[in-house]
Design a binder for this molecule. Sequence first.
Ligand SMILES: CC(C)(COP(=O)(O)OP(=O)(O)OC[C@H]1O[C@@H](n2cnc3c(N)ncnc32)[C@H](O)[C@@H]1OP(=O)(O)O)[C@@H](O)C(=O)NCCC(=O)NCCS
Length: 152
Amino acid sequence: MIRAASLADLPSLVALENSFPEVDRFDRRTWRRLLAGQTATLVHETDGAIDASAVLLFRQGSAIARLYSISVAPAARGRGLGARLLAACEQQAVSRGAAALRLEVRSTNSSATRLYVAAGYRVIAQIESYYPDGEAALRMEKNLIAPSDGAP
Ligand SMILES: CC(C)(COP(=O)(O)OP(=O)(O)OC[C@H]1O[C@@H](n2cnc3c(N)ncnc32)[C@H](O)[C@@H]1OP(=O)(O)O)[C@@H](O)C(=O)NCCC(=O)NCCS
């Protein structure tokens, strides 16, 4: 089940992050800010336990939403959960008025990059030294609204 997260999910969200390299983790304070801001946090639950999360950021006046984070617990990976959560994020972005979804991914993160390419994202830029450890990011984007063909 995919649903919107609430403050009550804070401990589970922090626990999910603990399986990731420390440099890429959000701490409790960051999660608290994200849950309260102009964001949408979606979580996936299996038997009442959160095993995946994704955070979208919105900016007033911008038609581009940002996928700020997506993570699936190691034991739940490779079964299409990431793809389903990404699709739910796209629906959420469209429902909040976005026309495109943009994200940054570590240039060496092949499983995430494959997921995005398979879902229709294309690389629009490479940004050197994007991450605190100096790694480059690929900036990727997908149009969420089919371009009008101009037909009446
Ligand atoms: C990137 C990430 C979110 C992908 O999540 P996931 O749930 O494993 O993603 P999916 O299962 O949808 O797709 C992953 C693989 O499983 C395969 N797959 C999808 N559905 C499947 C199914 N039903 N049966 C078997 N395999 C399947 C996909 O083809 C894909 O294979 P590939 O890596 O060879 O291309 C996850 O690896 C993760 O949390 N990584 C750490 C955090 C991270 O890097 N986040 C992205 C930061 S930008």
